[in-house]
Design a protein. Sequence first.
Length: 233
Amino acid sequence: MTVIEGSTALVTGGRRGLGRAFTAELLARGAKKVYATARTPDTSEDPRVEVLALDVTDDASVAALAARADDVDIVFNNAGVLYPAPLLSADLALVRDTFETNVLGPLRIAQAFAPVLAARGGGALVDIHSLLSWGAGAGAYGASKAALWSLTNSLRLELAAQRTQVVGVHLGFADTEMVAAVPVDKIPPAEVARAVLDGVERGEHEVLVDDATRALKAALSGPVDDLAVLGRR
């Protein structure tokens, strides 16, 4: 269980979409400070929010962030990219960028901040996955989220000795700019943030935000044909 009140948190991609909602909910629950990152940082009117530059695909950028934000108790790996294209016609440069950002980016953050969390007594690492971690039809994005899910589960084992709570978050489509063009029902970001932070405070290792996600995970024990989320005919 991780205590949010009085904590210091880091939210990658924390200036819009889900990241903005996580930042707001952390502050509402009593976090004393939130580092919110962006590739191009702006300024925050809230003195409790410090906006820092971060490119999760760049080793030096991640190292600089860890040196600056060396007092964090909770890390949210939230930054990500989505390039919607079928695998057979995808630009391989964009596929590489997807994995650099959505898989190796969170791993860079985990490696850089594991010592910081250990020094603070363990804290929590929260990785934002997707129901597409288990669902077919989402191209490189879904494949990257599947890889991140596997990575998170291994990090949970590796960080157990330092008492870091590792939380994997799965959800359907949140109502953010990233998926604005996808014609499906969407979850309000604030609702996602509340569900995730409830799980963090309860000491959970996995948070399934919505019914669609819970149903898809249950389908993992059945035929692979039942795992199609996008591209159904």
